[in-house]
Design a binder for this molecule. Sequence first.
Ligand code: HC1
Ligand code: SF4
Length: 580
Amino acid sequence: SINVVIDRKQVSVAPGSTILDAAQSIGIDIPTLCYMRLHNTEYKCQPASCRICVVEVEGRRNLCPACATPVMEGMVIKTSSMRVLSARRMIVELMISDHPNDCLTCTKSGACELQDLARKTGVVDIHLSGKSQSEYEIRENKAIVRDMSKCIMCRRCEQMCSDIQSVHALSGVDRGFESVVGTAFDESLDNTMCVGCGQCVAVCPVGALMEKDDTDQVIKALADTDMTVVFQTAPATRVAIGEEFGLEPGTDVTGKLVTSLKDLGADYVFDTDFAADLTIMEEGTELIDRLNKFLNGEKTALPLLTSCCPGWVNFYESNYPDMLDLPSTAKSPQGMFGAVAKNYFAEKLNIDRKKMFVVSVMPCTAKKIEADREELKEDGNPDVDVVLTTREVARLIKLANIDFVNLPDGDYDSPLGESTGAAVIFGVTGGVLEAALRTVYEVLEKKTLPRVEFEAVRGFDGLKVATVTIVGQDINVAVAHGLSNARKVMEEIKNGNPRNLHAVEVMACPGGCIGGGGQPYHYGDGDILKARTNATYQIDEAKVIRKSHENPAIKALYEEYYEEPGSEIAHHQLHTRYTY
Ligand code: HC1
Ligand code: SF4
């Protein structure tokens, strides 16, 4: 190992470590901006372009960026000398001189790393004069707002979009004061290969990339006494939203979330998890049909691809238009919930669907795009009216002055609030496939699963492959999260499916929905993602019913309304189609 001294403290680290690694290992905080270490992996974004992490190394003439300078035996390092502070203040001043001063109205205020740095370095005045503040128009689509005048060129978004997602929608454009990370020809993201996953938003340190804030529409609907407002909450939101109120990552706040939505004025608070069970019934039936055909030697589309993640749907529609027979035609749980609410439930309440306002609470920015798909509307009226990300819901709760942490636990309303353990694990990578296997196994084998956990599809490996034996047949499955991993498996399938895969789950975001682009900021911190994952599996374990086909509310819904999975009415309301 290599021995160095940092701020008078001795530390030994492995060869190849940077000064930043060494400092972090003994709890010394060196500020960073462009640097990002993702999900506790070896993957690092370290363009060393922002220079905010500069430190003083004894014997060297220039200050060195801690994130990109390897340690050498005997180095003596000062991380906070006045020379260092002075350099950092100059850098912050330069950044602010080319940054709008609209902190008062910026949605990122309070979570902005530049604002934080200005405070940490004590910058209170901008002495620079001359040309400043590049002019860029604010561009937005259904999911994401880009205010490039706020871009500080850290390039973290570009790394996420290119290296992790393999989408390449963002790159450095222009020069000098005008230089930003943007789209080619400054096009709207809608005119790029962007899938709306929001992973760029999740790592933007400032307010240059933000989710489109739709809280205003929800406030108006809640204030309208003529409107029946129905909420649904996605699996992954309940183990993350507590972080916005200072709770530890991985705190399960399901009950508080329900109560807070009721206190906001919701008429009904239901659960996307209910619809996740419904998805398993429809998608599982489709998988069983395809497997049966395969076992009978008939021609069929394999592997079946899961289709609940809208970032992934956008990705295969634009990258693999010749393979659109593979994805399941089942709508996502969000989509199914909207259809059940605006058809079955509105009929039950005897109200016009236009008088019902469905709000989704989602960890995801791409869900905003999904809800706007024509296939998820009837005569122009959407099944889901507004999608709020976890962060937006937290904002709304704060606006309403609700003391979230001290709320009593509420219960979901009935009947669209009942769910099983299989549904909640939709929120983590591997969960959709595990939930499907629990049902497909029991239906095909006609016997009880000895153990409901499928460990082989759990964990953070980018691509997980497993074989499960059902009715004496080897069923090969794969799970990918992060779209660069999805691309690998899709290229394999395109080239003849050498692993003979029968089912593939993809979630666009690393970790699955718990790491979604609309979740409380985690900046790639793998410990936070793990805590949310563990909490999700704990909710599953604590459930009495852990298989979708055993959900009594789902059984009742089929008896009363949808007849059986794959029926004509189920097809009409619960399935969709894909287009290029
Ligand atoms: Fe997801 Fe899904 S799991 S896609 O990650 O299939 O967004 O949480 O709600 O629809 O259920 C997201 C999460 C979510 C859907 C479900
Ligand atoms: Fe890239 Fe996803 Fe951001 Fe689109 S939303 S620009 S795909 S990271």
